[in-house]
Design a protein around this ligand. Structure first.
Ligand code: CP
Length: 338
């Protein structure tokens, strides 16, 4: 961890190839902790980790809690439904309450883009010694999902030596509701940094042409791209073309809750055109893994049979991968912090 310079983890656009290498190396070392006789490591002993989820979550919140416990941290969980928000407490006051309890790390999910970044700015400005981990903000970023997917793929391509090298020149196809997907955005940064070529596939309403240029320019406010040479990003509208020779497929949930009207004609047609099924997988390379971040909409972005087949036999490998995406909306963050 000598060269690690991220006090907060907000967005993978700021990660260098060395950062990804460090994450893969550490994850490989920690991944089997629960199989040891103690089932724990003391890496985070004495630290307080607070999970602040202002948006629903099954996988991410539970994964952060489990990981923290396995590394011996104390853990607090906040959820909107059981909090004092219903009594008029503002999100900022909620956060300040947890900060005053001595949290060392705040893991935060919020429906508005930039809330984690605004919070990081707030703690830095006020010299509060806390790390902020973004667990998903609006459509913008889901870095822990991107890192998990990277680890999943690197482990699949070369289980003996989990490394960024095994992603080089691989074709990874991401299918579905890219527009609303913070997972797709985080994966685009992570996969291209490791030299993978990413093919995006979906209808124009859910995958605007601008995504061709997604990784070419660092986001507003970030001066440079820390990665020298990235893999290529391209868009294919036909699922067959997108899956042809793919080394892996990632399918994304249709995010009905974030959609404006008329973005899709109907879900049956969407499934016919973009659904991942046993049939469509025949277009990929043999045994290409399928990743889905969850939660899954069966018979929309993926067939129920494919989900079931995987849980029964491992001929087709579906890794429940944590993922998703974004579009611009007013940042509640500035209201939250100022
Ligand atoms: N992948 C993911 O973020 O899932 P949750 O919404 O259940 O956390």
């Amino acid at each position: 961890m000598n060269n690690w310079n991220h006090n907060h983890i907000l967005d993978l656009s700021t990660f260098s190839l060395d950062d990804y290498k460090t994450v893969l190396e550490l994850t490989t070392r920690f991944k089997d902790v629960h199989k040891s006789s103690s089932r724990k490591l003391p890496a985070l002993q004495g630290k307080l980790i607070t999970n602040l989820f202002f948006e629903p979550s099954t996988r991410t919140r539970s994964s952060f809690e489990l990981a923290a416990k396995r590394l011996s941290a104390d853990v607090q969980n906040f959820s909107v439904s059981s909090s004092s928000l219903s009594k008029g407490e503002t999100p900022l006051d909620t956060i300040l309450t947890y900060i005053s309890m001595g949290a060392d790390i705040l893991v935060i999910r919020h429906e508005s883009t930039n809330v984690p970044a605004d919070l990081a700015n707030y703690v830095d400005t006020n010299n509060i010694n806390i790390s902020i981990l973004n667990a998903g903000d609006g459509y913008h970023s889901h870095p822990s999902q991107g890192l998990l997917d990277l680890f999943t793929l690197a482990s699949f391509f070369n289980p003996k030596e989990v490394s960024t090298n095994s992603l080089l020149k691989k074709k990874i196809t991401i299918v579905g509701d890219i527009l609303h997907s913070r997972v797709a955005r985080s994966n685009l940064w992570a996969l291209t940094a490791c030299g993978a070529d990413v093919t995006l596939c979906g209808p124009p309403s859910l995958l605007p042409d601008e995504f061709n240029d997604f990784v070419l320019n660092p986001p507003p406010g970030q001066k440079i791209d820390p990665v020298n040479k990235r893999g290529i990003v391209c868009i294919e509208r036909s699922l067959k073309d997108a899956l042809r020779n793919a080394d892996a497929v990632m399918t994304l949930r249709i995010q009905k809750e974030r959609m404006q009207q008329n973005m899709l004609t109907d879900l049956d047609t969407y499934h016919e055109q973009y659904g991942i099924t046993h049939q469509s997988l025949k277009w990929c390379k043999k045994k290409a893994p399928v990743l889905h971040p969850g939660p899954v909409n069966r018979e929309i972005e993926i067939s129920s049979k494919l989900v079931e087949a995987n849980s029964i036999k491992s001929k087709l490998i579906i890794f429940p991968s944590p993922i998703l995406s974004q579009a611009k909306r007013p940042s509640l963050g500035s209201r939250l912090i100022t």
